[in-house]
Design a protein around this ligand. Structure first.
Ligand SMILES: [Zn+2]
Length: 202
């Protein structure tokens, strides 16, 4: 068994870039009733719908292929529990000082939260496929509590938010261990998964 990175299902395809361009083109048409759309406007609507379908199909194909590869190559697969992750990483609303008890719309954080929910929807689909394939192949998939997986030093066990100076970098404030933050996260998830499996033999 071993660790494995799964590419983010949101990123990468040409169809995704085309969809974004088509959505921008569609947004330039005035908002009118369906029967008042010009022929060009109708074509722009149709193009967005077609590209949506294509992107969905590509993601599904990619998810099936990636899940199959993982199940073939590994006896144990560990991943973060998305439900807990969403609770931990939901953006905090900002209190409005002029109106106690109300909240300001929190632009950047709200957008980060939205982007998260989009990528988590992709992950949700992927994990459903992965669990189904693993079950039929007799492989084990372990769900891990994501808290501290990104800030625990895999060398000495020191836990600190300061171990993670940037999104990409891990630098242990206790022992000086340095690595890519994704590598550290994956290693911690796998270790937690193996501990969980040993504590709960099938
Ligand atoms: Zn350390």
């Amino acid at each position: 068994s071993g660790g494995e990175f799964v590419p983010n299902p949101r990123h990468g395809s040409k169809a995704t870039a085309k969809l974004e361009a088509a959505q921008q083109a569609l947004a330039r048409f005035p908002r009118v009733r369906r029967d008042e759309r010009t022929a060009n406007h109708q074509r722009a609507v149709q193009r967005v719908a077609d590209l949506h379908r294509r992107v969905r199909r590509q993601r599904l194909d990619h998810a099936h292929k990636t899940a199959l590869d993982l199940v073939r190559e590994h006896d144990v697969i560990a991943h973060e529990d998305l439900k807990i992750r969403n609770m931990v990483k939901a953006p905090k609303p900002k209190p409005d000082p002029d109106q106690p008890g109300s909240f300001l719309p929190n632009g950047a954080a709200a957008k980060a939260g939205l982007n998260h929910s989009i990528s988590d929807a992709g992950w949700g689909v992927f994990l459903t496929i992965l669990h189904a394939k693993a079950e039929s192949a007799g492989r084990e998939v372990v769900t891990v509590d994501p808290r501290n997986t990104s800030r625990t030093c895999p060398e000495c066990g020191h836990v600190s938010a300061e171990n993670r100076p940037t999104q990409e970098k891990f630098h242990c404030q206790s022992c000086g261990h340095q690595a890519h933050a994704d590598t550290v996260g994956a290693l911690n998830v796998l270790r937690a998964g193996l501990v969980h499996r040993d504590a709960n033999p099938a």
